[in-house]
Design a protein around this ligand. Structure first.
Ligand code: SR1
Ligand code: MG
Length: 404
């Protein structure tokens, strides 16, 4: 039996032994089941259950390459960044992040709370399920984790220590390539444009010089603004949810970057759900998504303003005009980053099921064009997206353009 003193990629049998050796209450368990449940692009996720007591835990281990493609050779130390981010986010946003039981830097894995009574939000959204508390919960997560790790609140030396802890060059490089470069230049020839939309993509993304300039600005902003500890991959596949609870998982892309990256990712991924709802003419669902888009922008700003008043420690943060300037910039970044996420999930390597499972193909092509139209609008005119209502108007405009 392996002793887990040297890294190797575990199988389900190894994971059972691993949990027995690391978690006291599993030590003498006779009947343990272990299933690999990961459906992400990078890591291996196991659910381990003591079938006599029903006690369960999740083991997440990083491999040496990404699951989605061997082209991505990655250091397994990313699991440490992910686990440290989860621990910090758990402190800042209690109830909205799973509890970590163990971080193992040798095996590049962690053991955490089992959330599988909840559903991955993207899966639920593809079935047109709606969640009344989502806007409230996700804006608590965003405000608490983003403002709480910024220079507005933290002692600046402490914050710089955190910036050092969360330097994440490999995972940032993936985003720099897949989000900020390839969707517009196809420079590694990895894009996958759905047949039928090639000309549209050529004109709107590949040949659009005005767009390329704004994307370049956003890329350098992403790389050079250590504003807050961002989750870094906050899409609906990184969220567990049910009618009462919301839990944010999978922050392996965490690093100190612009707050708008996380908020924009949430907005964009809800827009994918909206586009799917429109494709299937699911009125009740699309109305809920619109309300949620509206509420997220509204609640984020309201809560952020209140938290700033309550928690700001930085002297210059008392300046009311500086506060306005800071918030306007977050909202501007949010729009630009939402546009990038919309574009890259349509033409890039890593797609989203909300769109790829739309049938027949004509409806999918239309939904893709709709998302790309909104993407370009958000990237070119980010200052015009300060409220949820403005996002909804952009969706409706794009829909009208599609229908012409
Ligand atoms: C190689 S990883 C591809 C994508 O999956 C992750 O969830 C991130 O979104 C990344 O861009
Ligand atoms: Mg992930």
């Amino acid at each position: 039996m392996p002793t887990f003193e040297q890294y190797f990629l575990m199988n389900t049998e190894n994971v059972i032994h691993y949990v027995k050796s690391k978690i006291d209450s599993f030590q003498n368990a006779k009947h343990i089941s272990c299933t690999e449940i990961g459906d992400g692009n990078l890591n291996y996720v196991y659910r381990v259950v003591n079938t006599e007591t029903n006690e369960s835990v999740i083991v997440k281990q990083a491999g040496t390459t990404a699951r989605i493609s061997d082209e991505f050779v990655l250091s397994t130390s990313r699991n440490k960044i992910e686990t440290e981010a989860l621990k910090l986010q758990h402190t800042l946003a209690p109830g909205l992040v799973p509890e970590i039981y163990l971080l193992d830097e040798i095996m590049s894995c962690c053991i955490m709370e089992d959330l599988s009574k909840l559903t991955i939000m993207r899966t639920a959204l593809t079935n047109f399920e709606t969640f009344p508390h989502f806007a409230e919960h996700i804006t608590d997560f965003l405000v608490n984790t983003l403002l709480g790790t910024s220079d507005v609140v933290l002692n600046h030396k402490d914050k710089k220590e955190l910036v050092r802890t969360f330097i994440n060059p490999e995972l940032c490089e993936i985003s720099e390539d897949l989000v900020f470069t390839e969707p517009f230049h196809n420079n590694f020839n990895r894009n996958e444009v759905t047949p039928g939309n090639e000309q549209f993509v050529q004109k709107l993304l590949y040949s659009n010089e005005e767009l390329h300039l704004e994307v370049a600005k956003l890329k350098f902003h992403f790389m050079n603004n250590t504003q807050s500890l961002v989750h870094g991959d906050l899409h609906t596949g990184s969220i567990f949810i049910d009618q009462n609870d919301t839990k944010v998982i999978d922050p392996e892309f965490a690093f100190f970057g612009p707050m708008g990256y996380d908020i924009g990712n949430i907005m964009a991924n809800l827009i994918f759900a909206w586009a799917r709802g429109r494709a299937y003419e699911h009125k009740e669902f699309t109305q809920w998504v619109e309300n949620t888009l509206f509420d997220i922008m509204d609640l984020f700003e309201t809560k952020f303003r209140a938290a700033w008043e309550e928690h700001a420690t930085e002297v210059v943060a008392k300046n009311a005009e500086f506060k306005e300037h800071y918030i306007q910039n977050i909202l501007k970044d949010t729009a630009g980053m939402a546009g990038l996420e919309l574009a890259r999930r349509i033409v890039g390597l890593a797609k989203v099921k909300d769109i790829t499972t739309i049938e027949p193909i004509e409806k999918r092509l239309k939904a893709e064009r709709l998302c790309l139209r909104v993407a370009v609008e958000l990237i070119l005119n980010p200052l015009e997206f300060q409220t949820g209502g403005q996002y909804i108007a952009a969706l409706q405009n794009a829909q009208q353009e599609e229908n012409q």
